[in-house]
Design a protein around this ligand. Sequence first.
Ligand code: TRP
Ligand code: ZN
Length: 500
Amino acid sequence: MLRRSVPVVAIAIVLTACNPSGFGPATFDSIAVDTTLAPTTTSPPASTTTTAAPPPPSDVADLLGLGDSLYPELGNSGYEVNHYSVDLTFDPEPKTITARVEIEATATQPLAAFSLDFIGFDIADITIDGDPVSFTRQDGELIIEPNATITADQQFVTAVSYTGTPAPIVSQAIPIEMGWRTDPTGINYVVSEPDAGRSWLPVNDHPSDKATYSFRITVPDPLVAAANGVLVERLTDLGWATWVWESAQPMASYLATVVIGDLEITEDEASTATSGVAVRNVLPDGISSNSLAVLDKQGEMLEFFADVFGPYPFDAYGIAVVDGFESALENQTLSIFGTYMVESPRLFETVLVHELAHQWFGNSITPTDWGDIWLNEGFATYAEWLWIEHTEGPAAMAATVGGNYRQMGLASDLDPPGNPPADDLFNASVYVRGGLVLHALRSEVGDDAFFEILLTYAAEYRNGGVRTADFIELSESVSGQDLTDLFDSWLYGDELPTLP
Ligand code: TRP
Ligand code: ZN
């Protein structure tokens, strides 16, 4: 493994195990990935619960999906979700969920029927504005028929009650288990990017429809239940504890998470004081003091990136650590790390930076099409290089950029970062050549314009949605330069352009 290839760690595991290009640190070769695992559903066929329902109206067909360039069937059209209220009880023995999710949405057109994305579980009932409605299920779609057509612009609340045993699914995009997972120590956690949100919540499972979330997670006392956002309160009742978390800024469904287990929520007061952001981590026992020393740098990292990208976009930040997880994922306000990443200090620091940078790029500023994933991974990778520049100086950064460029040169079979394949969404090109796009941009427009571009972009699209064309247009207007050739060649060209 090249030392300088560390930046792709967050996903290198997946690449090495599954990507024919074999890109990524060789040390991860031994990670076993069970690609034979079939998608698991735990409920009986939907027809057993919905035999009385008439077939879905034919006009729902064009509402199944949002036309994503890579995953056209994901998400649903006809409405936009404003808020999800998740009330979920989890019993680790025998591993069952009993949940009620309320979905507050606004219709964007008249709806005789509409769909949500949802896989597995037994649905007990569904109501709209309190009235029971009929529904059918097919291929991960939950098709709901209101008793009367919902009118355009109408706000309506759909409540879905369900029970069952959560199980991970395998996405087309990465061959690892995603959704609800149980680690070898008994910690339960959710990792969903890009499309496993629907394996535990009925959602509009596409990042173009972000919404705010409230979570009430009930678990046996004294287990901890963490979720995205800020802990509002913890209530106890006869051996159970309900943990109430609030995500007041909009969030994409792939970033929603819970982490449940024998864990401790640790306030990091020093990082909070340094950064002005409430920093809390969700940790198991037995993390080494070496690892904790690296974790303590989150305050400085938050401070540095608030300078470079503008104010941190959410109300809190921290990480959760779980065992047996091959990677790390930037769940909103609560990134999740596998234990082995935490144990290697150099790797840990790099991935801490990477997942933190995603809070701006990906979580706050969210691509509205999965084909624009380089706007997440390229920016988070470039943030790693900025941190090296900040902590070790420009020469160290230049060496890192050069090492990554050479790695890309060896991976000539990979698609350019602006055109990722649907079955290998998180390939190394998206990360490394995606990061090099920003290196090339900075060389072309100069430091002043480049950092102005980053700040303007982060401010303009804060807590919203973005496409690649928006970033290009903004870069051109801030710099006053025509950047067509630069973006065309770096994002879409078959050949890797020359490193500036
Ligand atoms: N976005 C993750 C990263 O920071 C990579 C990733 C995508 C991932 N989907 C995942 C990791 C699912 C774990 C599970 O690089
Ligand atoms: Zn990433």
